[in-house]
Ligand binder design. Structure first.
Ligand code: PMP
Length: 384
């Protein structure tokens, strides 16, 4: 059922503790998390600010329906809206990335009165029926059809095709500012701007799925800020609660005003929102997005220098890095884990993806580069 049992499939690594960017196995072996926590722990494992906030909240008030104001939710709400680009003024919490996108598509349809959704080839937006309908890969979809209808796919990164597809029947264009599962694909300059212009002209909602790109990873709090493009709806999850299950949707007023009723019991639960508030505050106060930008640039250039001709490409933004390999990504991920105690995830058959906690340092980046050089460029290593 999981796409990620490439390591445990061959030799399980039972992990029991995490601290910062490190994970510790039962036998005491230390692993470097270069993606094992899947962008969910931007502050590193068991960050004291988050642990403390959650422990305090769970002992004080674990749950009450969202119709009753609770301080942790109010704080998280304010922090999320303040962290979003200007113009995104209201938020709604949910439990996961797919649920955030599900909500985004529902909000867009009800606010526009249209049904057509435009998504991109190689997209990934989640596994529930609506988000899955906007996800590209047939293998994820076919066994579950029919999915939600009226989704049209356009080639990711192609401004012209996107501009042509948007018309006055369009409810939403949904895009990842940089594609994650699709292989860390960075769109050409001007692409997100075109999406913005065309949706605005057509009265459609522009949805940016920042589930993987958000929370400081690309050097700005949200990846769309690198391009200076603000969507109508921004979705987030993964790192939002530094490992606790929580998602969010941040919207412009016209979406908030026009969207029909949508909710979920656990929306904005006190415990997860305590984690959200602690995570966002710490990320911004300690300026981890800027660190991600700087270290990401360092990591990328070191990878390029060390791997050179042995890989096809190193790409990404900040600490969202994809390495297009000349051989299978599962094998390289497995060798990294078993031979070098570095845990990373593939993104497709030939791309190895590095998604470390943003708190990794230069020495840890160096160890990733050295290990990869040994795996993919052993001859170059021997010569130097
Ligand atoms: N959107 C993107 C861009 C993602 O990367 C993911 C998860 N890989 C999702 C949505 C789905 O999130 P979740 O697994 O929390 O439902």
């Amino acid at each position: 059922m999981s796409d990620h049992d490439f390591i445990s499939g061959s030799k399980p690594i039972p992990l029991e503790r995490g601290e910062g960017p490190s994970l510790y196995a039962k036998d005491g072996t230390e692993y470097l998390d270069a993606g094992a926590s899947y962008a969910c722990t931007p502050l590193g494992h068991s960050h004291p600010a988050v642990v403390e906030a959650v422990q305090e909240q769970v002992g004080e008030l674990t749950f009450v329906d969202s119709s009753f104001p609770v301080e942790s939710r109010e704080n998280a709400y304010a922090a999320l809206v303040a962290s979003a680009p200007a113009g995104l003024e209201s938020a709604w919490f949910c439990n996961s990335g797919t649920e955030a996108n599900e909500a985004a598509l529902k909000f867009a349809r009800s606010a526009t009165g249209n049904s057509k959704i435009i998504a991109a080839t190689r997209s990934f937006h989640g596994r529930t029926m609506g988000s899955l309908a906007a996800t590209w890969k047939d293998a994820y979809k076919k066994p579950f059809e029919p999915l939600a209808g009226d989704v049209e796919f356009v080639p990711y990164g192609d401004s012209e095709e996107l501009a042509e597809a948007v018309d006055d029947e369009t409810a939403a264009v949904i895009l990842e500012p940089i594609q994650g599962e699709g292989g860390i694909n960075v769109p050409p300059a001007g692409y997100l701007e075109t999406a913005r212009e065309r949706t605005e002209e057509a009265g459609a909602a522009l949805v940016f799925d920042e589930v993987q790109t958000g929370m400081g990873r690309t050097g700005e709090m949200w990846a769309c800020q690198n391009a200076g493009v603000t969507p109508d709806i921004l979705t987030t999850a993964k790192g939002l609660g530094n490992g606790l299950p929580v998602g969010g949707v941040v919207v412009r007023d016209w979406i908030a005003d026009g969207a029909a009723s949508h909710n979920a019991t656990f929306s904005g639960g006190p415990v997860v929102t305590a984690a959200v508030h602690a995570t966002i505050s710490t990320l911004l106060e300690e300026e981890w997005p800027a660190h991600a930008a700087e270290l990401g640039e360092y990591l990328t250039s070191e990878l390029e220098a060390a791997l050179g001709e042995e890989v096809r490409e190193v790409r990404g933004e900040g600490l969202l890095v994809g390495i297009e390999l000349k051989r299978g990504s599962n094998r390289v991920a497995r060798d990294l884990a078993l031979e070098h105690q570095i845990l990373a995830l593939p993104a497709g058959r030939t791309v190895l993806r590095l998604l470390p906690p943003l708190v990794i340092d230069e020495a840890e980046a160096d160890s990733i580069v050295a290990a990869l050089a040994e795996i993919v460029a052993p001859e170059a290593q021997a010569e130097s």
